[in-house]
Design a protein around this ligand. Structure first.
Ligand code: A3P
Length: 288
């Protein structure tokens, strides 16, 4: 199936239509944020699900009840997706935990008025590409990646869901008021999960004992999260996501692009990256 058949063009980017109906998009446009909302914002495949495990555990002081009983999409729901408007988020007690794949420019009016807390997770785009290449292949609501060279062209040109990685990251880096935004990378989580959990807790003004931080980090290790059926997408029927082909929690490492991209593809990627990111002063771990 093609982009024309599976996607809706919304604010200049593709969204998979089954998950983002006109009604869902309108709901988000009218959504009222609260100042103490916590919003996880990501470009897809950057560590969204991981953060949907970490944040609830921090906010519950390490109590695993919510991560053991609620699927991640209801625990920290996407505001643009089809479940948001049936979850009665208006009745949820504060602080609410929410997710979005929107770029900064797509955020609804209430967001800039209220300025809730945002955790923006980035990941080396070559690994985002690699993760997406497998993910697009197992889901029936996304256009099949086809040849790697063709998917790479689409990814670099932003002809994929939620548009260009470069535009997305730059939009959030250029957000007008950054004091309520924490920028953290997938690679930082990989390098030192305990320290990352402690830093996120600090940003969320949640004071946690060292042993609680340790317990949360342990629970959020790839091998442990993979066992959590509320977070590993095993509740999604195979007709939508065929995990027999490739698991959602696939490899969980930094640098898998080296196993995916040819030398020429990696060079081309780097050249596009250099050009697209030339005005960005923020230094990512993978830039060093
Ligand atoms: P890979 O496909 O490279 O394994 P998102 O949740 O934004 O869609 O991102 C999915 C990616 O995050 C997948 O990457 C998945 O394996 C990885 N991921 C999820 N939980 C993780 C964890 N606890 N540790 C490391 N990686 C994790």
């Amino acid at each position: 199936m093609t982009e024309a058949e599976l996607y809706t063009l919304y604010k200049g980017v593709y969204l998979p239509t089954v998950l983002h109906t006109a009604e869902n998009l309108k709901y988000y446009e009218d959504f009222t944020f609260r100042p103490d909302d916590i919003l996880i914002a990501t470009y897809p495949k950057s560590g969204t699900t991981w953060m949907q495990e970490i944040v609830p555990l921090i906010m519950s002081g390490g109590d695993p009840a919510s991560v053991e009983t609620l699927p991640n999409w209801d625990r920290v729901p996407w505001l643009e997706e089809n479940r948001a408007h049936i979850l009665n988020l208006e009745e949820r007690p504060s602080p609410r935990m929410l997710t979005t794949h929107y770029s900064f420019g797509m955020m609804p009016p209430s967001f800039s008025e209220v300025k809730p807390k945002v955790i923006y997770v980035t990941r080396n785009p070559k690994d985002v590409f690699t993760s997406a290449f497998h993910y697009y292949d197992i889901t029936t609501f996304l256009v099949k990646p086809g040849l790697q060279s063709e998917f790479l062209r689409k990814f670099l040109d932003g002809e994929v869901i939620f548009g260009s990685w470069f535009d997305h990251v730059k939009s959030w880096l250029n957000a007008e008021d950054k004091k309520n935004i924490m920028y953290i990378s997938y690679e930082e989580l990989i390098m030192d999960l305990k320290d990352s959990v402690a830093r996120i807790a600090k940003f969320l003004e949640k004071s946690l004992e060292a042993e609680v931080v340790e317990k949360i980090a342990e629970r959020c290790l790839f091998k442990n999260m993979k066992q959590n059926k509320m977070s590993n997408y095993s509740l999604v029927p195979a007709e939508f996501m065929d995990q027999a082909k490739s698991e959602f929690l696939r490899k969980g490492i930094a640098g898998d692009w080296k196993n995916q991209l040819t030398e020429a593809e990696a060079e081309h990627f780097d050249a596009v990256y250099k050009d697209q990111m030339k005005d960005v002063t923020y230094k990512f771990i993978w830039d060093y």
